[in-house]
Design a protein around this ligand. Structure first.
Ligand SMILES: O=C(O)CCCC[C@@H]1SC[C@@H]2NC(=O)N[C@@H]21
Length: 267
């Protein structure tokens, strides 16, 4: 595979570190960040052997899928840095829409791509991509942020406890190289809108337009606790706002989200 940055990413001064094989692009990106970063750098590999997922899970990378991480240094707080996950979800949907417009059209034979809080990209209710943010503070107070993006381009992993799909299984004729190049370009636009956190409100509005399950029954599993109600919105810090079944609203910072029938099932 030959990965290259898109034109806008090259013009904006992003760097590229491409590998045949890596354990985890997130781990490599963090190492590059700690070694001293002069410009935001995309790390990408054709084969990821120890991909990391959210909540300490492993991320399985089928052949032909995309594993890429962006490493950058920022002065924003961890809470603001976390909103880069929304920027990544939007950048990925923009990238897929750019290279496979009909696919994202919602028209017959198309599949509207949706964003599931906090950071999943969904097609037809199945997970197509996951995003993992990791960050570490530098001695000077700034923060290294790694935005890791795994996309099921050619294959979806087997044996998952939730519905999964790949761009290929849903009929999008694209490769990991196509998605990567388009993603690096759409990231340039997204991160400019984010504007070191000053544009979080604009990102939030864009994200809500693609939100999966907005207004639907939701159950969020937070450790042993389950919060049930209706998915009302996300707030400016990216928390999921739930109108509780028993009344009142609650904002949730992290948890496993279930919509619709899965939300109302008594688990
Ligand atoms: O659990 C999730 O949904 C997040 C998965 C994130 C996987 C990507 S693949 C590229 C990057 N490198 C990693 O080790 N993880 C992320």
């Amino acid at each position: 595979m030959v990965f290259s940055l898109g034109q806008a990413a090259r013009t904006a001064g992003f760097a590229l570190a491409a590998f045949e094989s890596l354990g985890s692009t997130n781990a490599e990106a963090m190492a590059i960040g700690k070694a001293g970063l002069t410009r935001p750098t995309w790390v990408v590999t054709a084969r990821q052997t120890a991909g990391r997922g959210r909540r300490g899970n492993a991320w399985a990378n089928g052949s032909g899928n995309l594993a890429a991480s962006l490493v950058m240094v920022t002065t924003v707080t961890p809470a603001v840095a976390a909103t880069l996950g929304f920027v990544a979800g939007l950048a990925l949907t923009d990238a897929i829409a750019a290279i496979a417009p009909y696919f994202d059209s919602g028209a017959a034979g198309g599949h509207r791509l949706l964003l599931k809080w906090p950071n999943d990209v969904m097609g037809d209710g199945a997970k197509l991509a996951g995003i993992l943010l990791e960050s570490e503070q530098l001695a000077d107070g700034r923060r290294i942020v790694v935005v890791g993006i795994g996309v099921n381009v050619a294959a979806a992993p087997e044996g998952m406890p939730y519905k999964v799909a790949s761009l290929s299984s849903l009929g999008a004729p694209v490769t990991a190289e196509d998605v990567f190049s388009a993603l690096t370009d759409s990231w340039v636009e997204g991160v400019a809108l984010w504007d070191e956190g000053r544009g979080v409100g604009a990102i939030r509005s864009r994200w809500l337009k693609r939100a999966a399950g907005l207004g639907a029954d939701v159950a969020v599993h937070i450790g042993r606790e389950i919060v049930r109600g209706t998915f009302e919105t996300i707030d400016d810090s990216g928390q999921l706002v739930i109108r509780r079944t028993e009344g009142g609203t609650v904002a949730v910072a992290a948890g496993d989200v279930h919509f619709g029938a899965a939300a109302t099932a008594r688990v």
